[in-house]
Design a protein around this ligand. Sequence first.
Ligand code: ATP
Ligand code: MG
Length: 287
Amino acid sequence: MIRLAIQSKGRLNEDSLKLLRDAGIGVDDAKRKFLGKAENFPLEVLYLRDDDIPGVVADGAADIGIVGLNEVAETGAAVETVRKLAFGHCRLSLAVPKTVFPAPEDFFPAWLQGKSIATSYPRILRKYLDESGIDAEIREIRGSVEIAPAAGIADAIFDIVSSGGTLVSNGLVEVASVLRSEAVLIARPGLPAEKQALLERILFRFDAALESRGKKYLLMNIPTDRLQEAFSLLQAMRSPTVMPLAIPGWSSVHSVVEEASLWQTVERLKAIGAEGILVLNVDKIID
Ligand code: ATP
Ligand code: MG
């Protein structure tokens, strides 16, 4: 049995459960218990606040966890980051009132000298200030950091940014991005062999599920004399699969493509005579 800690509710909860489901590990989230058990895998799920996940994994109450890299860095917990999971993207940034610096280019770090900065990430901020040689006061607050300057609590803020919309609506300008974050799978170093073997099985499944994200399977018929042009448009895993059609002069081509460039690829394939194009979902890619 291996125990995984995930966020009980919040921005990472749904994507964490989806990754487990995509890995064929069914956990009942409906009841939102503190501790749940997977139906078909020797795994227990511990539902926690994200701040508590790195520490709980380091202490051994859970063996592995899914949490933002920002929390791993802030807690400084003794855990190993075993996989980046490609969701929960955000960054920790320094932002200042627009009234002081209308544009990011106007900002100069020395302005921070002797000022106060509100944040929920004092440890990461301290490191950044020390490295930048800035002597500023850190005001630790738990939530609603973005209102601190307008409320007269601090001169600047250091907080999580994703789109930047929250900053704009609070009259703030992002002037330095300090840490890029995404959800990661963490583990306690030196897991016993039985748990390590389960972690390897989970990683194998996560990799297959993550690898297939953003990918589509494309099938089409194409005049055989245009095959070389089609190959140059398709960046398949190794090389596209080609099968002759019953009609002479035509071939069927199969390939995996990036969803991001799907329509562009399809338009170019049509331009070289591709017909009967099918686009299918890719569920898993197992290398
Ligand atoms: P908890 O109650 O579990 O402590 P929380 O309020 O601290 O939740 P959430 O807002 O649910 O945290 O965010 C969890 C994590 O999601 C963040 O630590 C960060 O890694 C990630 N994240 C991604 N995008 C954003 C965003 N736009 N704002 C906040 N967090 C984000
Ligand atoms: Mg939290």
